[in-house]
Each structure stands twice: as structure tokens, then as C-alpha cells.
Design a protein around this ligand. Structure first.
Ligand code: MN
Length: 228
């Protein structure tokens, strides 16, 4: 029998709508610049880039409705509202045609970003980890099973203190959900429990303590968190 030198960490997990069971989170992959208007607002040309990825730790998830602490060492915490894909069946070199059969479900999520640290990393050619993968950087809504969800279209929106800051449609994803799954599965072997944050539309902006963030993805669900 295995013994550990200290108790292993708790399993990071997401609640599921209408169920007492939890979805155990293995890894969190995030797609960079996957809506043209957001790529342009970040100073990039959306027509020239293949998809690229960064990651967040599994335990960076914030459960829907819980508060999100303002992180250390930043003066520019940005919201990025995103559709999140939850993988239920793993694989490598998954085809685009087969990709959606690997999806367990979906939720609405926020890719919280220390924009000042990320911008400095871009300038100096350093990794994005501390701009993206910090503690509590991934608030997630309740998961819903994939059946009945069409990730090819549907409104995606975020309100901060009741005012719309981001609004777009999943139809504007540069790389569709099946294309992202297929491409990512060439780079790593996907496994059950992996989450994929699919990218944010335009309108990203800084938040401060006290702000209430309420997002939704049509046909998927809501995400709510308060910055404290
Ligand atoms: Mn993002």
C-alpha cells in the first residue's frame, strides 16, 4: 500500500447542474486569441496564427458563486469570459469529425488575467504562467452535460456590476470547439477531467475589489463571482 509523506491534496472538482456528483479536474488548457476582435484589441493579426495554448493549475478553479480574491502583484486584473469544454473521454490525434464525442460537458468560465504581468512577459519573451496560472484564476460555472449543447453558436456575454462589457457569439470562434480538441490532442494526450477554455471575445477590461461579474453562455449556463 502506498503511503505519502503528507496527505495528498484534495481533488479539484466542479459541481454539475442537477447532480450531486462532481467532475474531477485534471488539467486546464486555455486557447489564446480565438476571437478575431479580441486578437485585434490585443495588437495581433487574427488571420495568421495557428491556435496556441497556455495552462492553469487544476486547483485554480473557483466554484460558481464563490468570491474571487484579487491576486497579489498586479495592478491590472482583467476578466476574459469564455466557453469551457470538459473532456470526458481522452485520446490523441482525435479527428475533427470525432472530437465532440470526447466532450463530457460545458460550462461558462472566466480566464482571469494579470494583464500587466502578461504584457511584460510578452515584451520580454518570458512565459505567461504568472500572468495566467495564478491561484484562483479560473472561476467556473456549473457544468452541464454535452447532450443538447451546440457549441457552434450561441450568445456569450459578461456583465460587470450589471453593465455589459463583453458580448459576442460562439459562431465567431476562429478555431471551433472540434478543431481545438483535434489540434490540442496532437500536442498532448487528452484525458478525462481536462478542461479547455476556448478563448475570449473582445471587451476585456480591468476589475477591482467589489466588482460583481455575471456571465452567461447561451444554451450552457451562467458564471457569477465577486472580486474581493
Ligand atoms: Mn483567455
Amino acid at each position: 500500500m502506498v503511503s505519502y509523506v503528507f496527505p495528498p491534496p484534495p481533488v479539484a472538482a466542479l459541481p454539475i447542474k442537477g447532480s450531486d456528483a462532481l467532475f474531477p479536474v485534471r488539467r486546464i488548457f486555455c486557447v489564446g486569441r480565438n476571437y478575431a476582435e479580441h486578437a485585434i484589441e490585443m495588437g495581433s493579426d487574427p488571420t495568421r496564427e495557428p491556435p496556441f495554448y497556455f495552462t492553469k493549475p487544476a486547483d485554480s478553479v473557483v466554484i460558481n458563486g464563490a468570491d474571487t480574491p484579487y491576486p497579489s502583484v498586479t495592478k491590472s486584473l482583467h476578466h476574459e469570459m469564455e466557453l469551457v469544454v470538459a473532456i470526458g473521454r481522452g485520446g490523441r490525434n482525435i479527428s475533427v469529425a470525432d472530437a465532440l464525442s470526447h466532450v463530457w460537458g460545458y460550462c461558462a468560465g472566466l480566464d482571469m488575467t494579470r494583464r500587466d504581468i502578461q504584457n511584460e512577459a510578452k515584451k520580454t519573451g518570458r512565459p505567461w504562467d504568472m500572468g495566467k496560472g495564478f491561484d484562483k484564476s479560473a472561476p467556473m460555472g456549473l457544468l452541464v452535460p454535452a447532450a443538447g449543447v451546440n457549441p457552434a453558436k450561441g450568445k456569450i456575454e459578461l456583465k460587470v456590476n450589471g453593465k455589459v462589457t463583453q458580448t459576442s457569439d460562439l459562431a465567431k470562434l476562429i478555431w471551433s470547439v472540434p478543431e481545438v480538441i483535434a489540434n490540442l490532442s496532437e500536442l498532448v494526450e487528452l484525458a478525462p477531467g481536462d478542461l479547455i477554455m476556448t478563448g475570449t471575445p473582445e471587451g476585456v477590461a480591468a476589475v477591482v475589489r467589489g466588482d460583481v461579474l455575471e456571465g452567461f453562455v447561451e444554451g450552457v449556463g451562467d458564471i457569477r463571482t465577486k472580486i474581493i
